[in-house]
Design a binder for this molecule. Structure first.
Ligand SMILES: [Zn+2]
Ligand SMILES: [Zn+2]
Ligand SMILES: [Zn+2]
Length: 371
């Protein structure tokens, strides 16, 4: 058995050598010596068939053998042989990259796209953009880029390359959010009478605003509370007069003046934090602020003008700064509940303050406490 097998193999090799001479292929490569026994026997069979065919050889190819592995980007090659030595080669398509998961290289923000990258085992990298994300508004301002989620449709006028917001225009928002920029330029002022007689409930003033002009929010009858940012350094007169639902007003910074009628007729005003930097509480500034129970006049104020707190019927406590020089007539007229005055100076300083006694009897009757 063993001998006859060897004999057959020997004959097969002999035949192959013989038949290779019939090939026209000059690039004959010997059959891979690593071929398995079964493949060898297939070739033998083929040879036998060929032999039985009257001299006409029909190629019968073995298995494809890869001679060059394809990569991600380059083609490979494979070949197969007939027992006659005829070789066929074929291209193996490039495999294409096989990328891993995307890795964020740079996070997207509300102003810039992000970047992500993925890598193939071959080392090739691919990057792509991550779309911008929405602004993250906290109290109307994006805490990433500073953009204000502003009301739209407002009216503006351009002056010295900055915008003044001059009116409501088509805006119907119940929360009026003044923008910090318009057409790429800063909005720095709220113009005269800009929002007079409007019905918004909430108001946001951004820190681009440096000036609020006369009557800007006058008679805004639904306005509940307002915070004036520290950026505001100029205030006109009568800005909030007759905002009858206004309960709370806070000035964050220092302004040049606190003029006439600022909160005149604000019947609901309970809490007021005055700005620093002022020397005068203007005429009628708090006239008819019936809900006001206590007020602190900031240090630096020298003058309290006529009717400043007139008819603040519930005002019971007031704190005066040591800088005070003069209180005009009727400043505290009708403040019948006024009982305590805290003075930040001493008795001798107090005695030097020029108090017009006309219409100021509540002030004169109140207890004075020195600090
Ligand atoms: Zn052949
Ligand atoms: Zn690759
Ligand atoms: Zn943003």
């Amino acid at each position: 058995m063993k001998k006859s097998m060897m004999f057959l193999v020997f004959c097969a090799i002999g035949l192959m050598v013989f038949l290779s001479s019939c090939s026209t292929n000059t690039n004959v490569t010997p059959v891979a010596t690593t071929e398995t026994a079964s493949e060898t026997s297939v070739m033998s069979t083929t040879t036998t068939e060929t032999m039985s065919d009257t001299n006409e050889h029909i190629h019968s190819f073995g298995e494809w053998v890869t001679t060059k592995e394809p990569t991600c980007t380059e083609t490979g090659e494979k070949e197969r042989y007939c027992s006659c030595g005829e070789k066929q080669t074929q291209t193996i398509a490039a495999q294409g990259h096989s990328f891993g998961a995307w890795n964020t290289i740079k996070k997207a923000t509300c102003t810039e796209e992000g970047v992500q990258e993925r890598v193939c085992s071959c080392g090739a990298k691919e990057t792509s953009a991550i779309p911008m994300i929405d602004h993250h508004y906290v109290n109307y301002v994006c805490d990433v880029c500073g953009k204000v989620n502003a009301s739209e449709g407002l009216e503006y006028s351009l002056k010295n390359n900055t915008y003044i917001v001059t009116g409501r225009g088509s805006c119907n928002d119940s929360t009026l959010v003044i923008p910090n920029e318009h057409n790429g330029k800063p909005v720095t002022a709220i113009g005269k009478d800009a929002f007079r007689g409007n019905s918004f409930v909430n108001l946001f003033i951004p820190d681009s605003i440096t000036s609020i002009e006369y009557g800007a929010f006058s008679h805004s009858w639904n306005l509940k509370s307002v915070t004036i940012p520290a950026s505001v350094t100029h205030l006109g007169d009568y800005i909030f007069d007759f905002c009858q639902k206004l309960e709370k007003a806070t000035f964050m910074g220092s302004v040049d003046s606190f003029g006439q009628g600022m909160f005149y007729g604000c019947k609901a005003l309970k809490e007021i934090t005055l700005p620093s930097g002022i020397t005068t509480i203007g005429d009628s500034a708090f006239l008819f602020c019936e809900r006001l129970t206590s007020v602190t006049i900031p240090e630096g104020v020298q003058f309290i003008d006529s009717f400043a707190f007139c008819d603040c019927k519930n005002l019971s406590t007031i704190k005066f700064p040591s800088s005070l020089i003069k209180i005009d007539g009727y400043a505290f007229n009708g403040c019948n509940k006024l009982n305590t005055i805290w003075f930040q100076g001493n008795r001798s300083q107090w005695s030097k303050i020029a108090i017009d006694s006309d219409g100021n009897s509540p002030l004169i009757k109140a207890n004075i406490k020195f600090n």
